[in-house]
Write a new protein. Structure first.
Length: 365
Protein backbone atom coordinates (compact mmCIF):
# COMPACT_ATOMS: atom_id res chain seq x y z
CA UNK A 1 0.00 0.00 0.00
CA UNK A 2 1.23 3.47 -0.89
CA UNK A 3 -0.14 6.99 -0.93
CA UNK A 4 -0.31 9.70 -3.56
CA UNK A 5 -0.99 13.37 -3.04
CA UNK A 6 -4.09 14.44 -4.93
CA UNK A 7 -2.60 17.87 -5.59
CA UNK A 8 1.19 17.71 -6.06
CA UNK A 9 0.99 13.99 -7.06
CA UNK A 10 3.95 12.98 -4.91
CA UNK A 11 4.14 9.24 -4.17
CA UNK A 12 4.71 8.38 -0.51
CA UNK A 13 5.62 4.79 0.35
CA UNK A 14 6.20 5.04 4.09
CA UNK A 15 4.51 8.08 5.61
CA UNK A 16 4.76 8.87 9.28
CA UNK A 17 2.02 7.27 11.34
CA UNK A 18 -0.74 8.15 11.83
CA UNK A 19 -1.17 8.99 8.16
CA UNK A 20 -2.65 12.43 7.53
CA UNK A 21 -2.04 15.04 4.80
CA UNK A 22 0.74 15.47 2.25
CA UNK A 23 3.46 17.94 3.18
CA UNK A 24 1.87 20.37 0.72
CA UNK A 25 -1.22 20.35 2.94
CA UNK A 26 -3.51 18.50 0.53
CA UNK A 27 -5.27 15.10 0.89
CA UNK A 28 -3.59 11.79 0.22
CA UNK A 29 -5.20 8.94 -1.68
CA UNK A 30 -4.54 5.26 -0.92
CA UNK A 31 -3.17 3.10 -3.71
CA UNK A 32 -2.65 -0.65 -3.76
CA UNK A 33 -0.20 -3.09 -5.30
CA UNK A 34 -3.00 -4.75 -7.26
CA UNK A 35 -4.10 -1.59 -9.06
CA UNK A 36 -3.89 -1.78 -12.83
CA UNK A 37 -4.17 -5.58 -12.91
CA UNK A 38 -7.12 -7.84 -13.60
CA UNK A 39 -8.29 -9.71 -10.51
CA UNK A 40 -10.90 -12.29 -9.72
CA UNK A 41 -13.80 -10.86 -7.73
CA UNK A 42 -13.08 -11.48 -4.06
CA UNK A 43 -16.16 -10.76 -1.97
CA UNK A 44 -17.16 -12.21 1.36
CA UNK A 45 -20.81 -12.72 0.45
CA UNK A 46 -21.61 -13.87 4.00
CA UNK A 47 -20.73 -10.41 5.32
CA UNK A 48 -23.48 -7.83 4.79
CA UNK A 49 -21.34 -4.81 5.69
CA UNK A 50 -18.61 -2.75 4.05
CA UNK A 51 -16.17 -5.48 5.05
CA UNK A 52 -17.51 -7.81 2.36
CA UNK A 53 -15.08 -5.81 0.18
CA UNK A 54 -12.12 -6.10 2.56
CA UNK A 55 -9.94 -7.47 -0.25
CA UNK A 56 -9.90 -3.96 -1.77
CA UNK A 57 -9.68 -2.06 1.53
CA UNK A 58 -6.70 -1.07 3.71
CA UNK A 59 -7.52 -3.62 6.42
CA UNK A 60 -8.34 -7.21 5.45
CA UNK A 61 -7.58 -8.58 8.91
CA UNK A 62 -10.92 -9.48 10.48
CA UNK A 63 -9.50 -9.10 13.99
CA UNK A 64 -8.66 -5.43 13.29
CA UNK A 65 -12.00 -4.41 11.83
CA UNK A 66 -14.31 -2.15 13.84
CA UNK A 67 -17.88 -2.68 12.67
CA UNK A 68 -21.39 -1.89 13.85
CA UNK A 69 -23.01 -3.40 10.76
CA UNK A 70 -22.57 -0.48 8.37
CA UNK A 71 -23.14 -0.79 4.64
CA UNK A 72 -25.04 -3.16 2.32
CA UNK A 73 -27.92 -0.70 2.31
CA UNK A 74 -31.01 -1.01 0.09
CA UNK A 75 -31.09 0.19 -3.51
CA UNK A 76 -34.77 0.93 -4.05
CA UNK A 77 -36.56 1.34 -7.38
CA UNK A 78 -39.04 4.23 -7.41
CA UNK A 79 -40.03 3.79 -11.06
CA UNK A 80 -38.97 5.18 -14.45
CA UNK A 81 -35.50 3.59 -14.10
CA UNK A 82 -34.82 5.74 -11.01
CA UNK A 83 -33.35 4.25 -7.83
CA UNK A 84 -32.66 5.52 -4.33
CA UNK A 85 -29.66 4.34 -2.30
CA UNK A 86 -31.02 4.44 1.25
CA UNK A 87 -28.15 5.23 3.61
CA UNK A 88 -30.48 6.14 6.48
CA UNK A 89 -30.50 2.50 7.66
CA UNK A 90 -26.82 2.57 8.67
CA UNK A 91 -26.16 2.05 12.40
CA UNK A 92 -26.15 5.74 13.35
CA UNK A 93 -28.48 6.78 10.54
CA UNK A 94 -26.15 8.07 7.82
CA UNK A 95 -23.57 7.23 5.20
CA UNK A 96 -20.90 8.63 7.55
CA UNK A 97 -20.73 5.20 9.21
CA UNK A 98 -18.93 3.75 6.19
CA UNK A 99 -16.09 6.22 6.48
CA UNK A 100 -15.89 6.13 10.26
CA UNK A 101 -15.73 2.33 10.38
CA UNK A 102 -12.64 2.46 8.19
CA UNK A 103 -11.05 5.58 9.71
CA UNK A 104 -11.43 4.35 13.29
CA UNK A 105 -10.22 0.87 12.34
CA UNK A 106 -7.06 2.33 10.82
CA UNK A 107 -6.62 4.76 13.72
CA UNK A 108 -6.67 1.76 16.06
CA UNK A 109 -4.19 -0.09 13.83
CA UNK A 110 -1.89 2.96 14.03
CA UNK A 111 -2.18 3.05 17.85
CA UNK A 112 -4.16 6.28 17.98
CA UNK A 113 -5.76 6.83 21.39
CA UNK A 114 -7.57 10.15 20.84
CA UNK A 115 -9.26 11.56 17.75
CA UNK A 116 -10.92 14.88 16.98
CA UNK A 117 -13.09 16.35 14.25
CA UNK A 118 -15.50 19.19 13.55
CA UNK A 119 -18.95 18.14 12.41
CA UNK A 120 -22.21 19.53 11.09
CA UNK A 121 -23.96 16.65 12.89
CA UNK A 122 -23.89 13.16 11.38
CA UNK A 123 -20.11 12.71 11.31
CA UNK A 124 -19.88 13.58 15.00
CA UNK A 125 -22.54 11.03 15.94
CA UNK A 126 -20.87 8.39 13.80
CA UNK A 127 -17.33 9.09 15.02
CA UNK A 128 -18.41 8.95 18.65
CA UNK A 129 -20.15 5.59 18.13
CA UNK A 130 -17.19 3.95 16.37
CA UNK A 131 -14.63 5.43 18.78
CA UNK A 132 -16.70 4.09 21.67
CA UNK A 133 -16.62 0.64 20.07
CA UNK A 134 -12.85 0.90 19.55
CA UNK A 135 -12.00 2.32 22.97
CA UNK A 136 -10.69 5.59 21.52
CA UNK A 137 -11.39 9.00 23.08
CA UNK A 138 -13.38 11.24 20.74
CA UNK A 139 -13.49 15.06 20.72
CA UNK A 140 -16.26 16.54 18.54
CA UNK A 141 -16.61 20.24 17.72
CA UNK A 142 -20.14 21.18 16.67
CA UNK A 143 -21.65 24.53 15.57
CA UNK A 144 -23.40 26.34 18.41
CA UNK A 145 -26.83 26.18 16.77
CA UNK A 146 -26.68 22.45 16.03
CA UNK A 147 -30.09 20.80 16.57
CA UNK A 148 -30.19 19.21 20.02
CA UNK A 149 -30.62 15.59 18.80
CA UNK A 150 -27.15 15.68 17.19
CA UNK A 151 -25.56 16.85 20.43
CA UNK A 152 -27.48 14.33 22.51
CA UNK A 153 -26.58 11.39 20.28
CA UNK A 154 -22.91 12.38 20.13
CA UNK A 155 -22.74 12.60 23.92
CA UNK A 156 -24.59 9.30 24.22
CA UNK A 157 -21.37 7.54 23.22
CA UNK A 158 -19.31 9.47 25.80
CA UNK A 159 -17.68 11.80 23.29
CA UNK A 160 -16.34 15.15 24.46
CA UNK A 161 -18.51 17.78 22.76
CA UNK A 162 -17.54 21.44 22.22
CA UNK A 163 -20.07 23.90 20.76
CA UNK A 164 -18.41 26.68 18.76
CA UNK A 165 -19.10 28.94 15.78
CA UNK A 166 -21.96 29.04 13.30
CA UNK A 167 -20.68 26.55 10.70
CA UNK A 168 -18.46 23.50 10.51
CA UNK A 169 -15.65 25.73 9.20
CA UNK A 170 -15.86 27.95 12.28
CA UNK A 171 -16.02 24.92 14.57
CA UNK A 172 -12.90 23.59 12.83
CA UNK A 173 -10.99 26.78 13.59
CA UNK A 174 -11.79 26.44 17.28
CA UNK A 175 -10.74 22.80 17.19
CA UNK A 176 -7.37 23.69 15.67
CA UNK A 177 -6.77 26.21 18.45
CA UNK A 178 -7.73 23.74 21.19
CA UNK A 179 -6.25 20.61 19.63
CA UNK A 180 -3.73 18.81 21.83
CA UNK A 181 -0.61 17.12 20.52
CA UNK A 182 -1.94 13.57 20.87
CA UNK A 183 -5.30 14.24 19.18
CA UNK A 184 -5.50 12.77 15.68
CA UNK A 185 -7.60 14.81 13.25
CA UNK A 186 -10.01 12.69 11.20
CA UNK A 187 -11.82 15.63 9.59
CA UNK A 188 -13.02 15.17 6.02
CA UNK A 189 -10.03 14.21 3.82
CA UNK A 190 -7.53 15.13 6.57
CA UNK A 191 -6.65 11.42 6.60
CA UNK A 192 -7.08 8.99 3.69
CA UNK A 193 -9.13 6.20 5.22
CA UNK A 194 -12.60 7.71 5.63
CA UNK A 195 -12.58 7.93 1.83
CA UNK A 196 -11.74 4.23 1.56
CA UNK A 197 -14.82 3.43 3.62
CA UNK A 198 -16.96 5.70 1.47
CA UNK A 199 -15.77 4.05 -1.73
CA UNK A 200 -17.73 0.94 -0.72
CA UNK A 201 -20.78 2.86 -1.94
CA UNK A 202 -19.42 2.35 -5.46
CA UNK A 203 -18.59 -1.34 -5.04
CA UNK A 204 -21.92 -2.01 -3.41
CA UNK A 205 -23.92 -0.20 -6.09
CA UNK A 206 -22.11 -2.10 -8.85
CA UNK A 207 -22.80 -5.43 -7.15
CA UNK A 208 -26.46 -4.56 -6.59
CA UNK A 209 -26.76 -3.73 -10.30
CA UNK A 210 -25.11 -7.07 -11.20
CA UNK A 211 -21.76 -5.41 -11.96
CA UNK A 212 -23.11 -2.64 -14.11
CA UNK A 213 -23.51 1.04 -13.31
CA UNK A 214 -26.20 3.70 -13.78
CA UNK A 215 -26.00 6.47 -16.34
CA UNK A 216 -26.26 9.25 -13.74
CA UNK A 217 -25.59 9.57 -10.00
CA UNK A 218 -26.95 12.59 -8.12
CA UNK A 219 -25.16 13.15 -4.82
CA UNK A 220 -25.72 15.84 -2.16
CA UNK A 221 -22.30 17.42 -1.90
CA UNK A 222 -20.76 19.09 1.12
CA UNK A 223 -17.23 17.84 1.75
CA UNK A 224 -17.61 15.50 -1.21
CA UNK A 225 -16.16 12.25 0.15
CA UNK A 226 -19.14 10.18 -1.00
CA UNK A 227 -18.85 11.39 -4.57
CA UNK A 228 -15.04 11.13 -4.57
CA UNK A 229 -15.11 7.68 -2.97
CA UNK A 230 -17.56 6.27 -5.52
CA UNK A 231 -15.48 7.58 -8.41
CA UNK A 232 -12.35 5.99 -6.91
CA UNK A 233 -14.21 2.69 -6.65
CA UNK A 234 -15.39 2.89 -10.26
CA UNK A 235 -11.85 3.49 -11.51
CA UNK A 236 -10.50 0.60 -9.42
CA UNK A 237 -13.19 -1.78 -10.68
CA UNK A 238 -12.58 -0.68 -14.26
CA UNK A 239 -8.85 -1.39 -13.88
CA UNK A 240 -9.54 -4.83 -12.40
CA UNK A 241 -12.04 -5.74 -15.10
CA UNK A 242 -14.95 -6.06 -12.68
CA UNK A 243 -16.98 -3.56 -14.72
CA UNK A 244 -16.83 -2.01 -18.16
CA UNK A 245 -17.44 1.58 -19.20
CA UNK A 246 -18.80 4.10 -19.69
CA UNK A 247 -18.80 5.37 -16.12
CA UNK A 248 -21.73 7.38 -14.70
CA UNK A 249 -22.08 11.12 -15.11
CA UNK A 250 -21.65 12.51 -11.61
CA UNK A 251 -23.86 15.31 -10.31
CA UNK A 252 -22.84 17.41 -7.30
CA UNK A 253 -26.09 18.79 -5.86
CA UNK A 254 -26.00 21.74 -3.46
CA UNK A 255 -28.32 24.32 -1.94
CA UNK A 256 -28.00 27.86 -3.25
CA UNK A 257 -27.47 28.79 0.41
CA UNK A 258 -24.03 27.15 0.28
CA UNK A 259 -22.80 26.30 -3.21
CA UNK A 260 -19.01 26.66 -3.50
CA UNK A 261 -18.71 23.68 -5.88
CA UNK A 262 -21.50 24.96 -8.14
CA UNK A 263 -19.98 28.44 -8.23
CA UNK A 264 -16.55 27.12 -9.22
CA UNK A 265 -18.05 24.76 -11.80
CA UNK A 266 -20.06 27.51 -13.45
CA UNK A 267 -17.03 29.82 -13.56
CA UNK A 268 -14.90 26.96 -14.96
CA UNK A 269 -12.45 27.28 -12.10
CA UNK A 270 -10.21 24.42 -10.99
CA UNK A 271 -10.70 25.05 -7.27
CA UNK A 272 -13.49 26.23 -4.99
CA UNK A 273 -13.55 29.57 -3.19
CA UNK A 274 -14.86 30.04 0.34
CA UNK A 275 -18.64 30.60 0.44
CA UNK A 276 -19.32 33.44 2.86
CA UNK A 277 -22.53 33.67 4.91
CA UNK A 278 -23.54 30.10 4.15
CA UNK A 279 -27.02 29.14 5.33
CA UNK A 280 -28.95 25.96 4.60
CA UNK A 281 -31.23 23.58 6.49
CA UNK A 282 -29.33 20.74 4.80
CA UNK A 283 -26.70 20.78 7.55
CA UNK A 284 -24.44 18.24 5.87
CA UNK A 285 -24.12 20.60 2.90
CA UNK A 286 -23.23 23.64 4.99
CA UNK A 287 -19.54 23.27 4.10
CA UNK A 288 -18.39 26.67 2.81
CA UNK A 289 -14.76 25.67 2.22
CA UNK A 290 -14.42 22.00 1.15
CA UNK A 291 -10.76 20.92 1.34
CA UNK A 292 -11.30 18.57 -1.61
CA UNK A 293 -13.13 21.08 -3.81
CA UNK A 294 -10.57 20.76 -6.62
CA UNK A 295 -10.91 16.97 -6.49
CA UNK A 296 -14.70 17.14 -6.83
CA UNK A 297 -14.36 19.49 -9.80
CA UNK A 298 -11.86 17.14 -11.48
CA UNK A 299 -14.34 14.27 -11.19
CA UNK A 300 -17.22 16.33 -12.56
CA UNK A 301 -15.06 17.19 -15.56
CA UNK A 302 -13.80 13.65 -16.11
CA UNK A 303 -17.29 12.16 -15.86
CA UNK A 304 -18.96 14.80 -18.07
CA UNK A 305 -21.01 15.62 -15.00
CA UNK A 306 -22.44 18.81 -13.60
CA UNK A 307 -22.82 20.80 -10.39
CA UNK A 308 -26.28 22.17 -9.69
CA UNK A 309 -27.70 24.42 -6.97
CA UNK A 310 -31.34 24.17 -5.92
CA UNK A 311 -33.39 26.83 -4.17
CA UNK A 312 -33.01 26.84 -0.40
CA UNK A 313 -36.55 28.19 -0.11
CA UNK A 314 -37.91 25.01 -1.73
CA UNK A 315 -36.04 22.49 0.44
CA UNK A 316 -38.72 21.86 3.05
CA UNK A 317 -41.37 21.04 0.48
CA UNK A 318 -38.95 19.05 -1.72
CA UNK A 319 -37.83 17.00 1.27
CA UNK A 320 -41.47 16.34 2.16
CA UNK A 321 -42.14 15.28 -1.45
CA UNK A 322 -39.15 12.92 -1.38
CA UNK A 323 -40.37 11.33 1.84
CA UNK A 324 -43.84 10.81 0.40
CA UNK A 325 -42.43 9.36 -2.81
CA UNK A 326 -40.01 6.93 -1.16
CA UNK A 327 -41.28 6.33 2.37
CA UNK A 328 -37.80 7.20 3.67
CA UNK A 329 -37.56 9.55 6.66
CA UNK A 330 -34.66 11.43 5.09
CA UNK A 331 -32.96 14.70 5.99
CA UNK A 332 -33.10 17.81 3.75
CA UNK A 333 -30.07 16.65 1.75
CA UNK A 334 -32.51 14.27 0.04
CA UNK A 335 -34.69 17.25 -0.84
CA UNK A 336 -31.67 18.79 -2.57
CA UNK A 337 -31.16 15.61 -4.60
CA UNK A 338 -34.84 15.31 -5.49
CA UNK A 339 -35.04 18.92 -6.63
CA UNK A 340 -31.86 18.53 -8.69
CA UNK A 341 -33.26 15.40 -10.35
CA UNK A 342 -36.46 17.18 -11.34
CA UNK A 343 -34.53 20.13 -12.73
CA UNK A 344 -32.15 17.97 -14.76
CA UNK A 345 -34.96 15.90 -16.26
CA UNK A 346 -36.90 19.04 -17.14
CA UNK A 347 -33.93 20.44 -19.06
CA UNK A 348 -33.29 17.01 -20.65
CA UNK A 349 -29.77 16.83 -19.20
CA UNK A 350 -31.08 13.48 -18.00
CA UNK A 351 -32.74 11.81 -20.97
CA UNK A 352 -35.87 9.66 -20.72
CA UNK A 353 -35.00 6.06 -19.89
CA UNK A 354 -31.57 6.76 -18.43
CA UNK A 355 -30.81 4.86 -15.25
CA UNK A 356 -30.41 7.29 -12.35
CA UNK A 357 -29.39 6.78 -8.71
CA UNK A 358 -30.39 9.31 -6.06
CA UNK A 359 -29.04 9.31 -2.52
CA UNK A 360 -30.71 9.59 0.87
CA UNK A 361 -27.57 10.12 2.92
CA UNK A 362 -29.06 10.49 6.41
CA UNK A 363 -32.16 10.35 8.57
CA UNK A 364 -34.17 13.37 9.67
CA UNK A 365 -33.20 14.40 13.20
Amino acid sequence: MKYQCTHCHKIIHKPLAPVSLCRCGKPLSVHYEWEGFSRDIQIDSRNESIWRYSSVLPSNNVKEQISLGEGWTPLISIGDNVYVKNETVNPTGSFKDRGMAMAVTMAKVQNVEKICLPSAGNAGVSASAYCHAAGIDCFVFLPELIPQPFKNETERYNAHVVLSGQTISEAAKVMINQKEKDWFDISTLKEPFRLEGKKTLGYEMAEQFNWSLPDVIIYPTGGGTGLIGMWKAFKEMLDMGWISGPLPRMVAAQSDGCAPVVNAFQLRQDATSFWHKSDTIALGLNVPGPIGGYWILDILSESNGIAIAVQETSLEIETKNFKQMTGIDASPEAGVVWSAYKSLTKTMWIAPGEKVVLFATGIER
